[in-house]
Design a protein. Structure first.
Length: 189
């Protein structure tokens, strides 16, 4: 298992100018390490919609990498999104699913059957171009270069243990975050 903040750091290191959609527990770690908050979409009020928002962005911004930082508990509520993404086949889409080993996002209460969901297998069956799994930090760090240069859609399942310190959600509102991203994208034109 990998400390969740280390996963966020690894993604941030390889992100370049990618748009990042993050939600739930992944957002708590992400906003603390992101060096491009002007390209971050924080989903705090619609947590299970990260894959759909990421797909929309990947279709609207085909020349920019889109990274979705998702959690197992939220993705499980909309597994059908994997099929929609697989069908659309956006080559710029990378979907990170943080599998919470301690069930911290649900206050330590396991969700029945969640530990049996093979997100990697479901993604492959749904048409993702590539899917992989990591539970070792060194292997993740080595694999990130390959992940970021492959055409997508790609699903990366990562077994994490949340940090002992409970990180907080970012202070900015979703509307403020979207406005900041729109300004950053308009400046790139």
């Amino acid at each position: 298992m990998i400390p969740s903040h280390e996963v966020a750091r690894a993604i941030n290191y390889h992100r370049d100018d990618a748009l990042v959609v993050s939600t739930s527990a992944a957002l708590r770690d992400w906003h603390q390490v992101s060096q491009r908050r002007d390209l971050d979409i924080d989903l705090t009020d619609c947590m299970d919609r990260a894959p759909a928002v990421g797909l929309g962005l990947s279709l609207a911004q085909p020349n920019r990498r889109i990274l979705v930082l998702d959690c197992d508990a939220t993705l499980r509520t909309d597994l059908a999104s994997l099929a929609t993404i697989g069908e659309a086949a956006p080559s710029n889409f990378v979907h990170f699913v943080l599998e919470d080993a301690d069930h911290t996002s649900t206050d330590g209460v396991p969700i029945r059957g969640l530990d049996k969901v093979d997100f990697e297998g479901v993604a492959r069956s749904a048409g993702y171009a590539h899917a992989c799994r990591f539970d070792n930090l060194e292997e993740l760090l080595i694999g990130m270069e390959d992940i970021m240069r492959r055409p997508g859609p790609i699903l990366v399942a990562v077994k994490v243990v949340p940090d002992s310190e409970s990180a907080r959600f970012p202070e900015r509102t979703m509307a403020d975050g979207w406005a900041e991203v729109r300004r950053a994208l308009a400046a790139d034109i």
